[in-house]
Design a protein around this ligand. Structure first.
Ligand code: HEM
Length: 460
């Protein structure tokens, strides 16, 4: 390993680094760690970028020194061009207020109440698409299936509605197009000048119009119902419309129209694409490991069909949840990175980080570190079962840590376990195209590069 004397800055101006990271985000970054150790400094244009690979260093940035760092304004700017200013894309007082006002919608008792709609979405989508007579089988595009199920879940949770197949397909295509465009823009060395054309602008505007159109229609319909005397409703939109900021003093300020639209857009995207991705890889891994799948099937066989009881018990199913965690370790849905900007000079893990520098923690590289996860590429759910060696804090963090940790963590945990249990209870899975899973690609979330095709065979 070479001690790093000065920042890595290939000619010209460090720009080749952007291409190298974009081409092979995990492999290239893993090579940097192998060569230079646990902290690596790069320089692109005038920005210093520090990669941190120790879980303890990640924790120092995201938790202990949370006031010394903020989300990168450039990344927020790019995200805001799609999401507007919501709880995912803001910082400081605006973010704090939105997080405070949205948090009650994700309280444990609300999530338990969502169990019925999660199970219903799984049963209805799967019922229409998967073979049901014993022994019958079909080849399924897994990500298509999991996306339809989790989109159905988030629509029911947000708006108490369902999309028809055409609406769902156009929403999905728009989300993929926007994710691709965001990834592209993250790697541009400079932001396009406002008002001037840039690659992808027209498709971005079309896709955004699709998502805004679908979501606005739901908000407008609810406002019309309320104008006719109906109450706001018990779903997330209803809670947002009724929310009042206790800290705003006597005014108890409500969320504005733009805040409601922007947060619906954010929760719609973040709330289904991530869970779908996790379930996609989980199905693929179960297909690759039929002996583990059979043990999971035995474990969930006795869970009650009734939804509320299923929700409380399904999160206790140890092997099932260990397989989901191990799937998220190998394929973290939010795989990209946590980039934070230093607000002042600060020392992290023995290295001085100057004000304005970017600090990057890569969840993928943390999750594939052989020091905490021996044979990091192997699927071993026992890493998350009782009796496994303890992990360093923050070595595993699919939902992030610190003040910005995932607002939907509990929601997603119950949702994934319920859907996974329902799928595996009624079907066996086998890979169609040989024994390997497709390579992963960062498409905002971590998607399979080629379609993951799995044969589902009905058991009952
Ligand atoms: C497997 C599923 C999921 C994974 C792996 C995941 C992962 C993450 C991660 C890593 C972050 C932190 C980003 C950062 O610190 O920069 C995050 C934030 C967030 N997630 Fe999730 N997420 C999942 C599901 C959900 C769901 C179901 C919802 C909502 C229904 C949701 C809503 C949010 C929101 C609103 C934030 C922003 C929190 C803030 O900045 O205060 N997520 N998620």
């Amino acid at each position: 390993m070479t001690a790093q004397a000065e920042a890595i800055r290939p000619w010209p101006l460090g720009l080749p680094l952007l291409q190298a990271i974009r081409r092979d985000p995990f492999g290239f970054v893993a090579q940097l760690r192998a060569r230079y150790g646990d902290t690596v400094k790069l320089q692109v244009l005038s920005t210093s970028i520090h990669y941190l690979f120790r879980p303890e260093a990640a924790r120092q940035v995201l938790v202990n020194h949370q006031d010394d760092f903020a989300k990168d304004p450039r990344a927020l700017d790019i995200m805001q061009s799609v999401h507007g200013a919501n709880v995912i894309t803001t910082e400081g007082a605006v973010w704090e207020r939105q997080r405070r006002m949205l948090a009650p919608a994700f309280a444990p008792k609300r999530i338990a109440a969502c169990a019925a709609l999660m199970a219903a979405a799984a049963d209805e989508c799967a019922g229409g698409e998967l073979p049901a007579t014993p022994g019958a089988s079909s080849v399924i595009d897994v990500d298509g299936l999991t996306t339809r199920i989790t989109m159905d879940v988030i629509l029911r949770a947000l708006f108490s509605c369902r999309y028809g197949p055409e609406e769902a397909a156009s929403a999905s295509a728009a989300i993929r197009a926007l994710s691709r465009q965001l990834m592209r823009e993250f790697f541009w060395p400079v932001r396009p000048v406002a008002g001037l054309p840039y690659p992808g602008r027209a498709e971005k505007a079309r896709s955004l119009a699709v998502i805004h159109g679908l979501i606005r229609a739901r908000i407008d319909a609810r406002r019309r119902d309320m104008a006719g005397g109906a109450d706001a409703g018990e779903d997330i939109l209803g809670l947002m419309l009724a929310a009042r900021d206790e800290q705003a003093g006597a005014s108890h300020e409500a969320l504005g129209d733009a805040e409601i639209l922007d947060n619906c857009v954010g929760l719609f995207g973040a709330g289904h694409d991530t869970s779908a991705t996790a379930l996609t890889w989980w199905v693929g891994l179960m297909a690759m490991h039929p002996e583990i799948a059979a043990r999971v099937r035995d474990e969930v066989a006795d869970l009650p069909e009734e939804h509320a009881a299923a929700a409380s018990q399904v999160v206790e199913a140890r092997l099932l949840n260990a397989t989901i965690k191990e799937a998220m370790r190998l394929y973290p849905p939010s795989a990209a990175t946590f980039a934070r900007r230093a607000l002042r000079d600060v020392e992290i893990d023995g290295r001085m980080i100057a004000k304005g520098a970017l600090v990057v923690v890569s969840i993928w590289n943390l999750h594939h570190d052989e020091r905490w996860f021996p044979e990091p590429g192997a699927f071993r759910p026992e890493r998350f079962l009782p009796g496994a060696p303890a992990l360093p804090r923050s070595a595993f963090m699919p939902f992030g840590i610190g003040p910005h940790f995932c607002l939907g963590q509990q929601f997603a945990t119950v949702e994934m376990a319920l859907i996974a249990a329902r799928l595996i209870r009624r079907h066996t899975f086998s890979l169609v195209d040989g024994a390997a899973l497709p390579a992963p690609v960062v498409d905002l979330v971590l998607k399979p590069r080629e379609r993951l095709q799995v044969r589902f065979t009905s058991l009952a």
